[in-house]
Design a protein around this ligand. Structure first.
Ligand code: CGF
Length: 841
């Protein structure tokens, strides 16, 4: 059906086309209209929640106007688009971001005040969109911001989980998970009930030869689930470009419920189908760096990639181009191996549905995809059991076998004498049951594979993907060091610092070209500037101290050194080493004379982060941190010298309060385990120093900001294997300070010692896989250097200014430009007007 308005009537449309507000008056009118009509409330019945809803709807309308124009522009330009496939998008709050990106925060602030509200209170009403676990999902969110800000024609594709990452409550020191139902009111999405795709599961494959002898495969039977699109507008900063994030929601194909069953009195099973279908997009798997191989997860993956590819292919087919041009129009990035089935799905579409020959199709497929690896941890590398896949996706499994066959044949031709190599690189692992190795499938199906920091990209080439480098050559493997968006992680989270920087670098241009931060080097010794810099840090610490007081009841001194470690709780990230260090500090303070105590810099050790619900060791670490806090925080001998805080339910909006308040933050993973880390970048950008290992992006941060401005410690990645070997086969003597810490735990100082037996046992008796004992001495020594350095505030501040000045490299804009150039081969499409209406530079 033709949906376009006929030419003669278009003038009427143009006259009434929505334009979105620009002035304060228009904004206020829109807010009042939404309160009164959309929400059916009045001025006598408008609380902060309603005001948030109305303000958000006003901004949403504003965004959608530009979204429409952007989509039209991109369609007319008919150029290449990027599609970023990610099972996680950890977006956080949208209102503040939208206001800042379109340059209308002041308008909103004054408008809301005119209507009787404080903007901060309104912003605070918003529920985080928490469709992710940690770094990987937040990276995807930063990338969307950069793609739009740099005017790249790009779409994100993900799942619209009904439940995002769980809310964490701490009860008696233990983590308790509470479901996070966030969709009660979500003004940021547009349901597209007209964009619905049928997704098939199960069934079987019928093969036959057609008249000309061609093999035809038909996937039949099974069940159908509907994918419904929900669109979320993504506004660029200082540009009208507004890109799209399309999230799929699952729905039963058979409508509401089975009426036949219902009428025959079988009510329960009549709704069962519907529920089963809706379960697919119901919940985000709460694991970071761990894959568990559950069928529902595989269903999620196929559901999402099949719907996304259908959409992408449909859009391409409208251009009426030849299939060979597909990779010139479409670049698809696989965020980790989660979307790897997309490779197989595209091949299936091309050969089974569009009738292309295998080789022709496979050339198109491999030119289209790029794959980003985010981890070398073996437990995180995805594998799917062949029987499971056979049952759920029978045709896809056949295609995977065929891809593998041709791949192995090519390897054999190239390396005829290396039989071992064939089994090592086979996409099918010959185990019991057989498994599909998704990373290998992603490598074979993509034209580029990248790691996310230099060390990580080197490691994948020399360890887990070594054989593939030999087969495909080194050029297929590349590095794109992660980045963060300075819009959210400086301008939004730390408005005062952003303003101060703007005043010295010639305006807010640095938010689009982060290298302009270089200008700050001039002020490293400027007294007045340093004073303001220090005041801002102090104010941010006061803000966090208030948050700590209201959420934990503990009073902390904002003048103390704030030492922060916030991230997912994982043994490789070594929060256990941090808390053991805290216990060591506690014991040291207890043994000090009052005179000695006076010389010590007071410290607040702040932790935050979620443990995967099934990750018992991580939960034990949380428990120990809380128990140590309970003892230390009420110890009169210690007073302000040490406080230990665990912040409940760490998420993006809390990070916006926490990150700007650090003096030191900890990034202390065992060398070679953290692919990149991105919170390290956020903390340094906000004027905090870091204590860290030579791991992930810490290495490049050191290169950029200089060795004098970072506290590095610990063993190097290249020595880790030997040390582990020595633990297992040699004698493993524990660090004496660590032994004392363990003795204290075992005495029961921090509650029932048996609760922590596994934690100490992993180090004492089970090989200390994460090298906690090996690194403990150098960790403690380096913490002492931090104490010393902090005493010289003048120099400390200079270090932080110098560091911020040199952080330009870590903008996600740099990162996206690198992807665009070296992987996607896509150009920005700038709107004619350079500046978004309302944004005054
Ligand atoms: O991806 C991670 C994070 N945990 O989500 N990985 N995964 N999977 C890595 O462990 C981080 O080191 C990395 O910064 C992040 C984004 O690439």
């Amino acid at each position: 059906v033709e949906a376009s308005i006929p030419e003669p009537q278009r003038a009427a449309w143009k006259k009434f086309q929505a334009n979105g507000f620009i002035s304060q008056e228009d904004f206020e009118r829109e807010v009042v209209r939404h309160v009164e009509t959309t929400l059916a409330r009045s001025m006598f019945n408008c609380d902060e929640t309603a005001a948030y809803a109305a303000a958000s709807l006003a901004f949403r309308d504003r965004l959608i106007t530009e979204w429409n124009r952007t989509q039209q522009r991109q369609t007319f330009a008919d150029g290449k688009r990027v599609y970023y496939l990610s099972l996680e998008f950890l977006m956080g709050r949208a209102l503040d971001n939208a206001m800042l990106n379109v340059g209308l925060k002041d308008v909103a602030k004054n408008g809301l005040s005119d209507l009787g509200f404080r903007i901060e209170d309104i912003i605070d009403q918003e529920h985080d969109a928490a469709l992710g676990n940690g770094g990987l999902g937040r990276l995807a969110a930063c990338f969307l911001d950069s793609l739009a800000s740099l005017n790249y024609p790009a779409w994100g594709y993900g799942l619209r989980y009904r439940y995002g990452i769980f809310k964490q409550e701490i009860v008696d020191g233990y983590q308790v998970e509470v479901p996070d139902y966030w969709l009660d009111f979500n003004p940021w999405e547009f349901p597209r009930h007209d964009v619905v795709v049928d997704i098939q599961f199960y069934g079987n494959v019928r093969k036959y030869q057609d008249e000309v002898g061609k093999q035809i495969a038909v996937w039949e039977g099974g069940e159908i689930v509907k994918a419904v699109a929900y669109d979320v507008p993504i506004p660029g900063f200082d540009t009208p470009t507004t890109n799209n994030l399309r999230l799929w929601s699952s729905k039963a194909a058979s409508g509401e419920f089975d009426f036949q069953k219902f009428n025959s009195g079988d009510y329960e099973s009549s709704v069962a189908d519907q529920q089963r279908a809706e379960t697919i997009s119901a919940v985000l798997y709460p694991n970071d760096n761990l894959e568990r191989g559950k069928e529902l997860r595989l269903k999620q993956q196929y559901f999402w990639v099949a719907a996304s590819l259908y959409d992408i292919v449909r859009r391409f087919k409208k251009t009426k181009r030849a299939w060979a041009e597909f990779p010139e129009q479409v670049a698809i990035q696989l965020n980790d191996t989660h979307p790897t089935l997309a490779v197989v799905e595209l091949q299936r579409i091309l050969i089974d549905l569009e009738g292309l020959e295998w080789d022709e199709a496979w050339t198109i497929v491999t030119k289209t995809f790029g794959y980003t690896n985010h981890t070398v941890l073996p437990e995180a590398l995805e594998k799917w059991s062949v029987p499971l896949m056979q049952n759920l996706l029978p045709r896809h499994l056949q295609i995977i076998y065929e891809v593998n066959l041709y791949f192995l044949q090519s390897v054999e031709r190239k390396f005829p004498k290396e039989r071992e190599l064939l089994s090592r690189v086979s996409i099918i692992e010959e185990s019991q049951p057989k498994m599909v190795r998704m990373a290998y499938l992603a490598i074979v199906g993509s034209h580029k594979v990248n790691g996310v920091a230099e060390l990580h990209s080197d490691l994948i080439k020399t360890t887990i993907f070594k054989d593939f480098v030999k087969i495909f050559g080194p050029d297929k493997f590349t590095n794109v060091t992660n980045g963060i968006t300075p819009r959210r992680w400086l301008h939004q989270a730390n408005p005062r610092l952003s303003e101060l920087i703007a005043s010295k670098t010639g305006g807010i241009g640095f938010l689009k070209d982060l290298n302009l931060l270089n200008e700050l080097e001039k002020y490293v010794d400027d007294k007045e500037f340093k004073k303001e810099w220090a005041e801002i840090k102090y104010a941010n610490k006061v803000r966090l101290a208030k948050h700590i007081k209201t959420t934990t009841g503990v009073t902390v001194n904002p003048a103390a050194l704030f030492d922060i470690q916030v991230k997912r709780i994982h043994e490789y990230k070594r929060q256990q080493m941090n808390i053991f260090g805290v216990i060591h500090r506690y014991l040291t303070i207890k043994a000090m004379t009052p005179e000695e105590r006076k010389k010590l810099a007071p410290r607040v050790s702040i932790f935050g982060g979620k443990a995967a619900p099934g990750y018992w060791m991580a939960k034990t670490i949380i428990h120990l941190i809380n128990n140590v806090g309970a003892v230390v925080n009420k110890d009169k001998d210690v007073g302000d010298l040490l406080k230990v805080i665990f912040l409940e339910d760490y998420n993006v909006s809390k990070a916006e309060i926490i990150v700007p308040a650090s003096d030191v933050s900890e990034h202390i993973s065992t060398a070679g385990t953290e692919a990149s880390g991105t919170s390290n970048m956020k903390f340094v950008l906000n004027g905090g120093l870091i204590i860290g290992t030579c791991d992930g992006a810490n290495i490049e941060i050191t290169r950029e900001i200089g060795e004098n401005n970072i506290f590095l410690f610990g063993n190097l990645a290249e020595d880790v294997e030997d040390l582990r070997h020595a633990h297992t086969y040699g004698s493993h003597t524990l660090d004496p300070d660590l032994v004392k810490v363990f003795e204290e735990i075992k005495k029961g100082t921090f509650g029932d010692a048996t609760a922590f037996g596994a934690l100490t046992g992993a180090i004492e008796d089970h090989g200390d896989y994460y090298l906690v004992s090996d690194d403990f001495h150098s960790y403690i020594q380096t913490q002492a250097l931090v104490d010393e350095a902090y005493k010289n505030q003048d120099e400390w501040i200079s270090k932080t200014i110098m560091s911020v000045a040199r952080m330009g490299f870590f903008s996600s804009d740099r990162c996206i430009n690198e992807y665009a150039e070296s992987i996607w081969n896509v150009e920005p499409l700038s709107p004619k007007k350079e500046t978004a209406p309302g944004l005054l530079m």
